[in-house]
Design a protein around this ligand. Structure first.
Ligand SMILES: NC(=O)c1ccc[n+]([C@@H]2O[C@H](COP(=O)([O-])OP(=O)(O)OC[C@H]3O[C@@H](n4cnc5c(N)ncnc54)[C@H](OP(=O)(O)O)[C@@H]3O)[C@@H](O)[C@H]2O)c1
Length: 265
């Protein structure tokens, strides 16, 4: 699919904005000439995307673009002065509601998406919500764009995007926490730190790929390991008894609460 619209990314030098632009150009969804990127500082991020237009003027970007991506941090949004009336606005900002975006930009067609840092390696799971005013054709275009960055998944309710700031927006953070806990324990037992890091990362990043295969249902995998009654079962049952599930749930609740607080300003 080739997207015929002009894509403008405000914060196109940032982690997500730059990766999204690069993914769209690399996959041939748009040519670099169809992309305008902005930053305040004039910095061009990790990849300057040869052939793209760079500007420090968001108003000029907004008048040129058909699809405007807001990829600044939520606290930076009040500085973004654009007239996006008649444009499709896509926000990746955590905690900023479609109603707030509409009020601040004049846009009535708004999509909120929650990618994660794995966009850098085109493996972001990206839930997205579109206001009812967004057309089926525009939704199809955005699905292709998010798929170019990993996997897009439309959700029916806006608050699902807010919830996913914790669930998936966290990217590799929760696996990193698990790996860190495993490394800390192994090192405390006297294993060499380099070996412990290699071993834990291999399990968390490589062995976990079984979850993407035919035997990848998490609940079934845990049940079958517990049924085996070996060393893994001993570890799993102890982790569960020590509150593993409750700790994860409390963390996800905290992410949602923080997102709501950010949205309230
Ligand atoms: N990173 C993640 O894993 C992740 C996950 C889910 C959602 N998000 C959301 O994605 C958004 C972007 O995150 P990020 O990690 O990509 O942040 P980031 O790396 O800090 O990128 C934001 C960029 O915006 C630029 N910027 C700030 N104000 C601007 C303005 N007024 N006009 C033009 N450019 C401006 C900044 O560059 P200058 O300072 O040079 O202007 C900065 O490079 C955030 O709202 C965040 O909530 C991020």
């Amino acid at each position: 699919m080739h997207i015929t619209k002009h894509l403008g990314i405000i914060g196109g030098n940032g982690w997500l904005g730059n990766a999204m632009a690069l993914a769209a150009v690399e996959r041939g969804l748009v040519s670099a000439g169809q992309v305008t990127l902005s930053s305040r500082s004039g910095s061009r991020g990790a990849d300057p995307i040869a052939g793209a237009t760079w500007t420090r003027d968001n108003a000029a970007l907004a008048s040129r673009a058909d699809i405007i991506v807001l990829s600044v941090r939520p606290q930076q949004f009040p500085e973004v002065e654009i007239d996006a009336s008649g444009k499709l606005v896509v926000s990746v900002m955590a905690g900023v509601s479609a109603a707030t975006i509409a009020a601040r930009t004049g846009a009535s067609r708004i999509v909120r998406a929650m990618p994660n840092a794995a966009m850098e390696i085109r493996k972001s799971f990206t839930p997205w919500y579109a206001t009812p005013t967004v057309s089926a054709e525009e939704k199809a275009t955005l699905q292709v764009l998010f798929d170019a960055c990993g996997e897009g998944a439309e959700v029916a309710e806006e608050w699902h995007v807010d919830y996913c700031a914790g669930l998936t927006g966290s990217g590799a953070a929760f696996p990193a926490l698990l790996a860190q806990a495993m490394i800390a324990h192994a090192v405390a037992q006297g294993l060499p730190p380099d070996f412990a890091a290699r071993a834990a990362k291999s399990v968390v990043a490589e062995a976990s790929q079984l979850l993407g295969g035919p035997s990848g249902d998490p609940a079934q995998m845990i049940a079958s390991m517990i049924g085996y009654q070996g060393t893994t079962a001993a570890a799993l049952e102890t982790m569960q008894a020590q509150g593993f599930m409750e700790a994860v749930a409390a963390g996800l609740d905290a992410a949602l609460a923080k997102g709501r607080k950010m949205a309230a300003g």
